[in-house]
Design a protein around this ligand. Structure first.
Ligand SMILES: *[C@@H]1O[C@H](CO)[C@@H](O)[C@H](O)[C@H]1NC(C)=O
Ligand SMILES: *[C@@H]1O[C@H](CO)[C@@H](O)[C@H](O)[C@H]1NC(C)=O
Ligand SMILES: *[C@@H]1O[C@H](CO)[C@@H](O)[C@H](O)[C@H]1NC(C)=O
Ligand SMILES: *[C@@H]1O[C@H](CO)[C@@H](O)[C@H](O)[C@H]1NC(C)=O
Ligand SMILES: *[C@@H]1O[C@H](CO)[C@@H](O)[C@H](O)[C@H]1NC(C)=O
Ligand SMILES: *[C@@H]1O[C@H](CO)[C@@H](O)[C@H](O)[C@H]1NC(C)=O
Ligand SMILES: *[C@@H]1O[C@H](CO)[C@@H](O)[C@H](O)[C@H]1NC(C)=O
Ligand SMILES: *[C@@H]1O[C@H](CO)[C@@H](O)[C@H](O)[C@H]1NC(C)=O
Ligand SMILES: *[C@@H]1O[C@H](CO)[C@@H](O)[C@H](O)[C@H]1NC(C)=O
Ligand SMILES: *[C@@H]1O[C@H](CO)[C@@H](O)[C@H](O)[C@H]1NC(C)=O
Ligand SMILES: *[C@@H]1O[C@H](CO)[C@@H](O)[C@H](O)[C@H]1NC(C)=O
Ligand SMILES: *[C@@H]1O[C@H](CO)[C@@H](O)[C@H](O)[C@H]1NC(C)=O
Length: 664
């Protein structure tokens, strides 16, 4: 009897399932299709009567009952609306519409799909509120609504989906506070609310989510102290609190409470106080970032115990005390053999740069110590860090030489040593660094000549050797670096001329060579640097005429002042529409200064200190010219001019007569 009942029950269910196959599911799917806009008209072409429903693309049916159990249209490039008929597919277990362009709202009929385990509508352009009817999908394990335009607050009804394991609401327009009911989702393992506008405190009820492995609150407006509830989530491996308004101190037992963390990001908050020493107890910690906060105190040497540490960024805090001992942690970190990124830029770290940095991980890609108070010199064996791509030491108090071993850092792309007091020569070996993109030696005490080998750095875009004590000529080889965009050699004692083939630098935007002892004529090829915006040649001994640069129409800032340049001022400069500053003063230019275009403003053009210039607008206070172009001159002044010419011709004729008669 019991057996019979069981049998008949499932038979009825099967019958029912079959009976509805064509009618319900097919009708529903065709209705779904009718609301879809298909870019390529191919994805859903198999959805037609000549093909059995269960073979339609993206459709999977149950083995026995042949009802649609899975509908997976992820990445089908579909647009349009999601038809409410989707709610008639009552046997659905999985519904994946992600990575399409569905607009409109999530139809509330989705709430009828009570068998759903998996619902993904991420990566669409769905708006409105997330439907409350979802609470009826009580078997949901995975709910993905990320990357849409969902509005309103996180619905507190979600708290009744107690089977949820993964909930992703990232990248929407959700605001308001986080509902306490989320504390009921005790099976939750991953929760992402990233990139919304959710505010206020994290409710204490979250402490109950003790299965949680990933919690992403990044880029919201959460405030108050480090959420106490999070200290209870001892299973957490991934915790992202970055870019919120969190403040206050971190508990000293931080590392003991969250011992399983692998990835901890707290960038861009207002955390203050010290880095808890117990971070050293998080033996699996791989990434720790707390950039842009208000931390103080020292950097714990215990971090050296983190054998798996790959990424450590403490950039822009108030760590260190300008003193001896601040850099002890660097020695300790030599035990972190996986370390790839170490950046403590923008703190108050003092003391001598320890030679032990040369024993840091051979895998180190980034070493950022810039903008601190670090003294001492760059250790001789810096070349040991053979994987280094980025070396940022600028704005410290470093002295001594730049070791030749830098030439072993063949992966180096960014090397910024600016604003220190490094002296001695630029090592020839620097030419080994063929991947260099930026080399800044700005504002140091380098002396000697610029090495020709630099010409081998064929990827350089930024070459800055401005204020230093360099002498000798500008190496011809520099003009081989086609990639150069910014070249600053200003404020040195360079001699010789500007190399003739400067025109090969066709990507050059800024050329700064002011305040040197350069001489000679400006090369014609300058006119080929068609990307040029800033041309600073002031304070040298250049002479001769301005070469034909009529092609450099993007010029914004031009300073040729304090040279011995002569000839006339090229009229085409008046029509350079981007020109903001043109300084020609203290030279030997002659002839008339244009009055049109850019020359109408004394805020742009400066020409004083040229004895033989005339004309120009009144504000330039030059003497008038007597040989203006006829087209520009009125009849009256033409008459005046004729008279003047006539008179002066007459006078000189008379003079000639006088001279002739005297000498006779
Ligand atoms: C979906 O179901 C509703 C109610 O059962 C029915 O009115 C509607 O016609 C169905 N839609 C389709 C496309 O079959
Ligand atoms: C049905 O789909 C199949 C497969 O995409 C296609 O070959 C066939 O032409 C379609 N039939 C109709 C009537 O659209
Ligand atoms: C989205 O779908 C496109 C194809 O339509 C695919 O190339 C892309 O990798 C998918 N993106 C994601 C994040 O799945
Ligand atoms: C959930 O389902 C019940 C019964 O099926 C229905 O009465 C209720 O309106 C549904 N709730 C929502 C929010 O759709
Ligand atoms: C969640 O749990 C609280 C008790 O912590 C209970 O009062 C509340 O009704 C539950 N909320 C939902 C939406 O199930
Ligand atoms: C959170 O941890 C504290 C002890 O640190 C404990 O007193 C509290 O009961 C925990 N809360 C929950 C919800 O587990
Ligand atoms: C953090 O430091 C900044 C100065 O950099 C200061 O203006 C701000 O008040 C500090 N905030 C907190 C919460 O300590
Ligand atoms: C944490 O680290 C400290 C010092 O390194 C050590 O004494 C202590 O036993 C560790 N505690 C735990 C719970 O691992
Ligand atoms: C590195 O680890 C070794 C072995 O655990 C230890 O003896 C040494 O003191 C550590 N070095 C530093 C600089 O912390
Ligand atoms: C680097 O490590 C080696 C081996 O541990 C050691 O002998 C050497 O003194 C260290 N060098 C520096 C500069 O700390
Ligand atoms: C040059 O470096 C010194 C420190 O060596 C610093 O005080 C000064 O501000 C820097 N000048 C510029 C223009 O960066
Ligand atoms: C680097 O350059 C120097 C001198 O230019 C050369 O002797 C040396 O072999 C080069 N080193 C590497 C690793 O290429």
């Amino acid at each position: 009897m019991r057996l019979f009942l069981l049998f008949s029950c499932s038979a009825i269910m099967l019958l029912e399932a079959y009976r509805f196959t064509d009618e319900t599911d097919m009708k529903a799917l065709l209705d779904v299709k009718s609301q879809v806009f298909e870019n390529k008209q191919v994805a859903l072409s198999s959805w037609n009567n000549s093909i059995p429903l269960c073979k339609w693309k993206g459709v999977t049916c149950g083995l026995k009952h042949k009802r649609v159990t899975r509908l997976d249209l992820a990445g089908f490039q579909l647009g349009g609306m999601i038809s409410p008929s989707i709610g008639n597919l009552s046997f659905l277990i999985l519904l994946d519409l992600s990575n399409n362009s569905f607009a409109g709202t999530i139809p509330s009929e989705v709430g009828n799909l009570f068998r759903l385990h998996y619902l993904d509508v991420g990566l669409n352009v769905l708006g409105g509120r997330s439907p409350i009817s979802l609470v009826n999908c009580s078997r949901l394990l995975n709910l993905y609504l990320y990357s849409n335009n969902l509005e309103g607050s996180v619905p507190s009804e979600l708290g009744s989906l107690t089977k949820l394991v993964k909930l992703n609401l990232a990248i929407n327009n959700l605001k308001g506070k986080l509902p306490a009911s989320l504390g009921n989702l005790t099976s939750l393992i991953r929760l992402s609310l990233r990139s919304n506008r959710i505010e206020g405190e994290i409710p204490g009820e979250i402490a109950r989510l003790n299965q949680m492995i990933l919690l992403n609150l990044e880029m919201n407006k959460f405030s108050a102290g480090f959420p106490l509830a999070i200290y209870n989530l001892s299973s957490l491996k991934f915790l992202y609190l970055n870019y919120n308004h969190f403040s206050g101190c971190l508990r000293s037992d931080f590392g003991k409470l969250l011992p399983n963390l692998q990835n901890l990001n707290m960038d861009g908050n207002y955390f203050r106080g010290v880095i808890p020493a117990t971070l050293a107890n998080i033996s699996n910690l791989q990434k720790f970032a707390i950039t842009n906060n208000n931390l103080t105190g020292s950097i714990p040497s215990g971090l050296g115990k983190l054998r798996n540490l790959r990424f450590l960024s403490l950039v822009n805090n108030f760590l260190g005390g300008h003193s001896f001992g601040d850099l002890e942690f660097l020695g300790a970190l030599t035990n972190c053999t996986q370390l790839q990124v170490l950046s403590v830029i923008g703190n108050r770290l003092g003391g001598q740069l320890p030679a032990s940095i040369t024993n840091l991980s051979i895998n180190l890609l980034v070493l950022g110590l810039e903008n601190n108070f670090i003294a001492g010199s760059i250790p001789r064996d810096i070349g040991n860090l053979v994987s280094l791509q980025t070396l940022l030491l600028k704005e410290n108090q470093l002295t001594g030489l730049l070791p030749a071993s830098i030439g072993k850092l063949l992966q180096l792309e960014d090397c910024d040593l600016g604003s220190n007091s490094i002296s001695g020569e630029i090592p020839f070996s620097i030419g080994n660094l063929t991947r260099l993109d930026l080399l800044s030696l700005l504002n140091n005490s380098f002396e000697g000549t610029i090495p020709q080998s630099l010409g081998n750095c064929s990827s350089l875009r930024y070459l800055w050797v401005g204020p230093n004590k360099l002498f000798g000529t500008i190496p011809q080889e520099i003009m081989q670096i086609k990639s150069l965009i910014y070249l600053d050699m200003s404020d040195n004692s360079l001699t010789g001329s500007l190399p003739k083939d400067v025109g090969r630098l066709e990507n050059l935007v800024d050329l700064w060579i002011g305040n040197n002892k350069l001489s000679g004529q400006l090369p014609h090829s300058l006119g080929s640097c068609l990307s040029m915006e800033t041309l600073l040649l002031h304070g040298n001994y250049f002479y001769g005429a301005i070469p034909d640069i009529r092609g450099l129409k993007g010029l914004k800032n031009v300073d040729l002042s304090n040279n011995n340049l002569s000839g006339s001022i090229p009229g085409y400069l008046a029509n350079f529409s981007s020109l903001e500053y043109l300084n020609l003063s203290i030279n030997n230019f002659e002839g008339s200064v244009p009055t049109e275009g850019k020359f109408q403003s004394a805020n742009i053009v400066s020409v004083f200190g040229n004895k033989n210039l005339c004309g120009g607008i009144k504000e330039l206070n030059l003497k008038p010219c007597f040989t203006e172009a006829p087209s520009m001159v009125s009849k009256r002044s033409l008459f005046v001019k004729k008279v003047v010419i006539g008179v002066s011709v007459g006078v000189s004729f008379l003079l000639l007569l006088v001279v002739a008669s005297v000498s006779l």
